[in-house]
Design a protein around this ligand. Structure first.
Ligand SMILES: [Zn+2]
Length: 299
């Protein structure tokens, strides 16, 4: 078990932020990975081991075209554990809606529908969820044509709301909702929160203004330089976990990429720290799929 040292940014954020708050009963921590390249697959085993060590579930959003004869066997074996959910992260990681950082749409149908068919064939499971490449500040609000494709594919939930206003970061802690206004009351949006961790490390240089000023976030949530250690990354995640907890949010989930996590921290020390913390505060942990199913029951 990793030991969790005292929060070293305490001077900045004050003592009251420093305590390990016991988790509220309802909040769920959802670990999720946008699995989108060969390098992601190379880091999968270390990630899976960390989940099994702490018995923390995870959702792997997978780009279907990165799977091939050479790696399918290994990926299937690694993810063959009831802790894990497989979901879609598109066919080729091309956006389904024009994006200021990630480029233009090509074939939304293929990204949304074909990826699901391919993943279901490979893993012999129902794929319930779609995480769009890159994500949007408003998710797919108002995008009826895209939601129609999501519906046609048979997804139960999507995770497309992954940015703050005007493509700023961090993304606020937004609760799950349905696209009822657009005419799809069966389709849930489960937003992602906080940072795209690759941006925190300078692994993806973004050309949009990151933080909107005046900012609602304290300094701990918006470091003034690229982070340098797994401990710093843990502390930022801890801030969002504690904030979600205090505000009685129903879920907290971050936008993690195996390629970027591995390049920064190939032993996955940050995951070790986060999962130790989640277990220490007795926070429930779930996959997107199980979280969606609890939302359905409440509805
Ligand atoms: Zn992605």
């Amino acid at each position: 078990m990793a030991t969790i040292p005292h929060f070293s940014f305490s001077k900045m954020v004050g003592e009251s932020e420093n305590r390990d708050e016991p988790s509220s009963q309802s909040m769920r921590f959802i670990a999720a990975y946008d699995t989108e390249s060969k390098s992601c697959i190379e880091n999968l085993e270390t990630i899976v081991n960390m989940h099994q060590k702490h018995e923390i579930p995870a959702t792997f959003f997978i780009v279907s075209s990165i799977l091939n004869k050479g790696n399918i066997g290994m990926v299937k074996e690694l993810l063959d554990d009831p802790l894990f959910e497989i979901a879609s992260h598109s066919y080729s990681h091309t956006v389904v809606l024009d994006h200021p950082i990630c480029g233009k749409v090509k074939d939304a149908r293929k990204e949304i529908i074909d990826s699901k068919i391919i993943l279901e064939d490979i893993f012999s499971k129902n794929i319930l969820g779609f995480r769009t490449p890159c994500g949007y500040p408003e998710g797919l609000r108002g995008e009826k044509e895209l939601l129609e494709l999501v519906d046609e594919a048979g997804y139960k939930y999507i995770s497309t709301m992954l940015w703050g206003p005007g493509f700023s970061l961090p993304a606020d802690i937004v609760e799950a909702f349905t696209y009822e206004k657009e005419g799809f009351k069966e389709i849930w949006e489960i937003p992602g929160h906080g940072w795209h961790e690759n941006v925190l490390k300078g692994h993806t240089k973004v050309t949009v203004p990151l933080v909107v000023w005046p900012t609602k976030w304290p300094e701990i949530a918006i470091p003034n330089r690229y982070i340098e250690t797994p401990m710093e990354e843990f502390q930022i995640n801890k801030y969002f976990i504690d904030t979600a907890n205090k505000k009685n949010k129903e879920h907290i989930t971050f936008i993690w990429h195996p390629w970027s996590l591995g390049r920064f921290d190939n032993k996955m020390e940050m995951l070790d720290l986060v999962f130790s913390y989640i277990n220490k505060i007795k926070c429930k942990a779930d996959t997107f799929e199980r979280f969606y199913k609890t939302k359905m029951k409440e509805d």
